[in-house]
Design a protein around this ligand. Structure first.
Ligand SMILES: Cc1ncc(COP(=O)(O)O)c(C=O)c1O
Length: 428
């Protein structure tokens, strides 16, 4: 009898306590070291809390929970219901709305669900063009949005490089779209959701605000909200919001049924319950006063870095920034975005090349770079550090053919990263 129990126990151990996968673990360790030792200025990246990461690594990943709380396709979902309810309630409270869907696996999935909820193939969408800051899921020809719908675009004013709302209105009047999309991936100015709604109402269109980039700034009360203006708000939880990688839909309870159905079974299967739990953790974190402080500091840092680089002779698209990011036009520096990205990467400053309004170069080369401050602000950096980063960026770009000088900047980068450590004592 005793032997039998023992063997059962051994069997149990054998299946669940597997040996450590050194190959994978080592790569993760290298990535952790990379994140610790470089300066991350990618506007869509952040350092999420250890609590969020721990939650994502939980047993919730084992559970199938197709459907919604109290209406699931599988048994055993009572705790999944609790988690999803908690996440949904927290999302509603954080953003001040009456409906939320926390199941979209990513920002693109959230957008796709709205298309499926509202549109038929061939319907017209009016969205911001990609070159001026829009996202590929708003109508790129290779994305489902561009393949299944008729896409019309608006952009920025060539003189100010800011959205010209009167121009948007004129295009909307002419096109008469079923859906207008606002929200961007590389636009550094406040978006006036109220004006967009007025335009949508004038032409009888729905308005979708994709707040993927600025969700954290809205939660932190540092950007006017889309809630109450847009019929549908979509977003991501992993950028300024500083949660797990994932998507989110916010709306009014009158749209609950069509959105729920469009997410599941419309475009997704089983929800990632471990990620939904981590979203709940992030929403709680974002409700704290300290998150409002954090959001303010992201923008202060963005503006400090922006004005430093402006003084160094770099041309800033639209002349400045109101949010967590800004774009530099490198044309006057005789350099492409690709060259700048590579030079900066070689010293440990990580950002991305980016098309700028009216860019003559293709998206793989580009005339610009995009710089964002959510990650460095999470590390606790302030204005002084922004001036140091600005100085390192300027020095690198102006001396990009001088290996000795680049090496010197590399040391400064490592020193700064070491002074603001992330995930200390973190066991992955
Ligand atoms: C405006 C906008 N929408 C959607 C997305 C897509 O999010 P995801 O990569 O999670 O699908 C992004 C990401 O860059 C974005 O900038």
């Amino acid at each position: 009898m005793e032997a039998k129990t023992k063997s059962k126990h051994n069997h149990h151990n054998h299946t669940l306590v597997t040996d450590i996968d050194i190959e994978v673990k080592n790569i993760i360790q290298k990535e952790l070291e990379r994140q610790r030792s470089q300066i991350i200025l990618i506007a869509s990246e952040n350092f999420t809390s250890q609590e969020v990461i721990r939650t994502m690594g939980s047993v919730l990943t084992n559970k199938y929970a197709e459907g919604y709380p109290k209406n699931r396709y599988y048994a055993g979902c009572e705790y999944m219901d609790e988690i999803e309810e908690l996440a949904r309630e927290r999302a509603k409270k954080l953003f001040g709305c009456t409906y939320s869907n926390v199941q979209p696996h990513s920002g693109v999935q959230a957008n796709t669900a709205i298309f499926v909820a509202l549109l038929k193939p061939g319907d017209k969408i009016l969205s911001m063009n990609l070159r001026d800051g829009g996202h590929l899921s708003h109508g790129h020809f290779q994305n489902i949005s561009g393949k299944y719908f008729q896409i019309y675009t608006y952009g920025v004013d060539p003189r100010t490089e800011v959205i010209d709302y009167e121009d948007v209105r004129k295009i909307a009047m002419k096109v008469k779209p079923r859906l207008i999309i606002t929200g961007a991936s590389s636009y550094s100015r406040i978006i006036d959701f109220k004006k967009f709604r007025e335009i949508a109402d004038e032409v009888g269109a729905y308005l979708m605000a994709d707040i993927a980039h600025i969700a954290g700034l809205i939660a932190g009360k540092c950007h006017p909200t889309s809630i109450g203006h847009a019929h549908f708000t979509t977003g991501t939880t992993h950028k300024t919001l500083r949660g797990p990688r994932g998507g989110l839909i916010l709306s009014d309870s009158e749209y609950q049924e069509i959105i729920d159905r469009a997410v599941f079974p419309g475009t997704q299967g089983g929800p990632l319950m471990h990620v939904i739990a981590a979203k709940a953790v992030a929403f709680r974190e974002a409700m704290k006063d300290s998150f409002i402080e954090y959001s303010k500091r992201i923008i202060e840092n963005s503006q400090a870095l922006c004005s430093y680089l402006k003084d160094e002779g770099f041309r800033i698209v639209s002349g400045g920034t109101d949010n967590h990011l800004f774009l530099i036009d490198l044309t006057n520096m005789n350099m492409t975005g690709k060259e700048a990205e590579e030079a900066l990467s070689s010293v440990g400053i990580i950002l991305n090349k980016n098309v700028i309004p009216f860019d003559k170069l293709n998206p793989n080369i580009t005339s610009g770079i995009r710089i964002g401050t959510p990650a460095v602000t999470t590390q606790g950096m302030g204005k002084e550090e922004m001036y140091e980063i600005g100085s390192m960026i300027s020095y690198t770009l102006k001396n990009r053919d001088n290996p000795t000088k680049l090496k010197e900047v590399g040391n400064r980068v490592r020193k700064l990263a070491e002074d603001f450590p992330v995930y200390t004592n973190f066991v992955n």
